[in-house]
Design a protein around this ligand. Structure first.
Ligand code: FAD
Ligand code: NAD
Length: 395
């Protein structure tokens, strides 16, 4: 009969791993696989805090997709998905349309603003190569502007909203970069303010409290001021207004207050929770058994019935199970249930500093920083083997 057509939307962690696995597992003429992504590169999101602060180049956080896949086996389409038509088994792209027999949705997340006024308009987000380029250029420009208007201390005030892992990793890099910018632009470092504002009673809510304390100490020593148990209530062109009524005047607000699923899932008529789809044990939607959802757009419940946090780690593992199940479906073989294997969490606090929990081991400082590099390199190895580790790995 006709060769089944698999379409993968998004070449993030989930999508690229699915594609790479399919090209390995499928036999000749068993299926046509098409991968669609907005850009012709995959971005290593877990590195983005560095180019955002300007401590590394954006080029180091991206890899050309055609270097990762075999174009004889997978059709790569560089385009933006504009609509998912599940009843018609059809995907509308900005410039064309494609139909599928099996669909994998791995379009990632979007910033969650909780409807807080002004965040959409005046805050920046760490989410893609283009968004971090903007942040880096913006930060440098504030130093340049300050030299012309030395009364404008808001140009030297930096606000990071949300102290989850994204906020903490970014502020660690920012605190490393500021002294260098001060030297470059001849600005007195004592005039710079770096705030991290967190609504919960602690930074990194839910994480090991001893490591949280360590992280705060490391970052405070680098000049970061934390405001915890303090929600951002509004973002304005002048800065932020906190729930306490206090205003912080700042020309740079980076919002790291969390993410939600890509809006196209709800628009496609799927049932969503904060934009994310609760998938069945095989990673399929409840509504359509030929539609898989993986990564930040999906929700997998842990044994206690709470969603696992959206991470690159789970997205990568989902990509592996998803590709297995696609191959099994095509061969009429039994599907495999997805089981998350938590390999731990390691978060960087800037150069040479990190915290982490791996199995029952807690780590901090140089050991954790080394572990972080190994975790990052392991992922490069999964998607691109030794050559990619050598090209993009950072030790
Ligand atoms: P993504 O990686 O977000 O990729 C989605 C892809 O879809 C992108 O390529 C995008 O261009 C494409 N796309 C989106 N919309 C469209 C469209 N309309 N048309 C076509 N293509 C589209 N997790 C960890 O486990 N460990 C870490 O150390 C870690 N560090 C992080 C550090 C930072 C600074 C950030 C921001 C996140 C970090 N995370 C980490 C979380 C992790 O990055 C995400 O959970 C992960 O990227 C989700 O993968 P994904 O496959 O769902 O989608
Ligand atoms: P998050 O949801 O984990 O954290 C957002 C933080 O913002 C929370 O602590 C929340 O209390 C706070 N917040 C929300 N509203 C606020 C308000 N109005 N004012 C002030 N603070 C507010 O989001 P994230 O940090 O972007 O992380 C997203 C996912 O990516 C998570 O699953 C995380 O584990 C993962 N991640 C992992 C790593 C790592 O492993 N190294 C790094 C980055 C991200």
């Amino acid at each position: 009969g006709r060769i089944p057509r698999i379409v993968i939307l998004g070449a993030g962690y989930g999508g690229i791993v699915t594609a790479i696995r399919l090209q390995k597992e499928l036999n000749y003429n068993e299926a046509d696989v098409t991968l669609v992504n907005k850009h012709d590169y995959h971005y290593i999101t877990t590195h983005l805090h560095m180019p955002a602060a300007g401590t590394d180049k954006p080029e180091n956080a991206r890899v050309d997709i055609t270097k990762l896949i075999d174009e004889y086996k997978i059709d790569f389409v560089k385009s933006t998905v504009t609509q998912i038509k599940l009843d018609d088994q059809k995907i509308i792209l900005e410039d064309s349309a494609i139909s599928y027999d099996y669909l994998v949705i791995g379009l990632g997340g979007e910033p969650e603003t909780f409807g807080i006024p002004g965040l959409q308009e005046y805050a920046m987000n760490i989410r893609s190569i283009n968004s971090v380029r903007l942040i880096r250029e913006h930060i440098e420009y504030q130093f340049a502007k300050y030299k012309r208007e030395p009364h404008r201390l808001d140009y030297l005030t930096f606000v990071v909203g949300g102290a989850g892992f994204t906020g903490i990793e970014f502020i660690g890099e920012l605190a490393d970069r500021i002294p260098r910018l001060c030297a470059e632009f001849d600005v007195d470092p004592s005039l710079v303010r770096i705030y991290n504002i967190e609504a919960a009673p602690t930074v990194l809510p839910g994480f090991d409290s001893e490591l949280v304390e360590y992280a705060m100490k490391v970052l405070e020593d680098k000049g970061v001021t934390f405001k915890i148990a303090t929600a951002i209530q509004e973002c304005t062109p002048q800065g932020v207004i906190l729930a306490t009524g206090e205003e912080i005047r700042s020309s740079t607000v980076i919002w790291t207050g969390g993410i939600r699923g890509n809006r196209m899932l709800a628009e496609a008529g799927l049932e969503t929770m904060r934009g994310r789809v609760v998938v069945d044990p095989y990673l399929r939607t409840k509504e359509y058994e030929n539609v898989y959802v993986i990564g930040d757009c999906s929700i997998v419940m842990n044994p206690e019935g709470r969603p696992y946090p959206p991470t690159a780690q789970i997205a990568t593992q989902q990509g592996q199970t998803c590709s297995y199940n696609l191959v099994a479906s095509i061969r009429n073989a039994p599907l495999k249930e997805f089981k998350f294997q938590n390999k731990g969490v390691v978060a960087s606090l800037g150069k040479g500093e990190a915290i982490g929990v791996v199995g029952k081991y807690k780590m901090k400082g140089a050991t954790a920083a080394f572990m972080k590099k190994l975790v990052d390199m392991r992922y490069l190895f999964i998607i691109g083997g030794i050559p990619l580790v050598l090209r993009k790995g950072r030790l």
